[in-house]
Structures are given as structure tokens and as C-alpha cells.
Design a protein around this ligand. Structure first.
Ligand code: FMN
Length: 174
């Protein structure tokens, strides 16, 4: 599949078929994440793969009741290990960690799309609760939950026009 096709046609999927995701496909998706850019190649991003229905139920509650977390056969919790990125001081912890995780998430979502799977990026959750549920230590920050499964919907989405978001030479420069 062409990269451009995946970039343009991937959509956030919030309804999934009751069909398991093959372990090989999960591995391929995590492999795609592993090859994302990494600040200083320190590779601070870590992943927790969850299939257990009870755990997904708890994650759903911690995510303010976003129901499709329970429906998705797999959730991947994307975490940043701050011990690894703290080499870059506060900027590493505050900025690089989030940027690196985001790059990994996008790779995951595009790879999943290419494999015929749907994903949704979930950022709205109570971090403290997610930590407790998954036994995540203090130096590791859960930054995103990615739901994964065979799609049961084909959502559409819109984007702002390039002319409204791209400036030249200075902010708002034409
Ligand atoms: C940082 C971030 C956090 C997000 N958090 C949520 C979320 O908590 N729940 C949700 O349903 N979608 C969430 N999304 C998905 C966006 O709503 C979605 O990407 C956007 O509406 C554009 O739709 P598309 O992905 O289908 O193009 C999040 C996306 C990003 C990038």
C-alpha cells in the first residue's frame, strides 16, 4: 500500500467487529512503532498490550466511559519511560517524550490501516487510574491508549484547508 493512501484514508474507528486480531499483526504494528524517529535514538517509548476484558473494562472507566475501549479486541497503552529520556533534561521529559510517543502512535495507526485494521487514539483518560490498573511505575508515563480491531464502521473526517494553517517566513506570513 502507498504511504499516501494510508495517510489520507486512515480514520479513527470507534466500532469494532467481534473478531480477534492475529498476534502476527499486533507484532507488525509494534514493529512499525519501534522504527519511529527517536530523540537521540534513546527509544523511550514502551507499550503494554491488553486483551483481558476485565482490564479493558477498567480502562474504559478510567477513560471517562469511552465504550469502544471495551469493544476493541486489543488496546495498546503507549508509555514513555522518563528515565530513558531524562538525558535531555526537562525538555526531554516535557517535550521529546510526547513527540516521540506521537511519532510511534502514528506509525502504529498507519501500519494497522495497511493491515486492514482500525484504530483510535485515546488521549482522554485519568493517568493515575491507568497507572494503577496496569501497575505502571512512577518514572513511566502512559500517554495514549490505542484501540485496535477489525473496523465495523467507515468514518469520514474533514481537515482545515492548507491556506488556513500554513504560513510563510513568519507566523501568519503570506
Ligand atoms: C492527542 C489526541 C488525543 C485524542 N483523544 C481522543 C479520545 O480521547 N477519544 C476519541 O474518541 N478520539 C480521540 N482522538 C482522535 C481524534 O478525535 C481524531 O483523530 C480526529 O477527530 C480526526 O479524525 P480522524 O482520526 O478520523 O481523521 C485523539 C486524537 C489525538 C491526536
Amino acid at each position: 500500500m502507498e504511504v499516501e493512501e494510508a495517510i489520507k484514508n486512515r480514520r479513527s474507528v470507534r466500532s469494532y467487529l467481534d473478531k480477534p486480531v492475529e498476534d502476527e499483526k499486533i507484532a507488525q504494528i509494534l514493529e512499525a512503532a519501534r522504527w519511529a524517529p527517536s530523540a537521540g535514538n534513546l527509544q523511550c517509548v514502551e507499550y503494554i498490550v491488553v486483551k483481558n476484558p476485565e482490564t479493558k473494562k477498567a480502562l474504559c472507566k478510567a477513560s471517562y466511559g469511552q465504550e469502544y475501549i471495551k469493544e476493541a479486541p486489543v488496546c495498546v497503552i503507549v508509555c514513555c519511560n522518563m528515565d530513558k529520556i531524562s538525558h535531555y533534561g526537562q525538555r526531554g521529559v516535557d517535550v521529546y517524550s510526547i513527540q516521540e510517543s506521537g511519532a510511534a502512535v502514528e506509525n502504529m495507526m498507519l501500519e494497522a490501516y495497511a493491515l486492514g485494521l482500525g484504530t483510535c487514539w485515546i488521549g482522554a483518560f485519568n493517568e493515575g487510574e491507568v497507572r494503577k490498573i496496569l501497575n505502571i511505575p512512577k518514572h513511566v508515563r502512559p500517554v495514549a491508549i490505542i484501540t485496535l480491531g477489525y473496523p465495523n464502521e467507515k468514518p469520514i473526517s474533514t481537515r482545515r484547508e492548507l491556506k488556513d494553517i500554513v504560513f510563510f517566513e513568519t507566523y501568519k506570513g503570506k
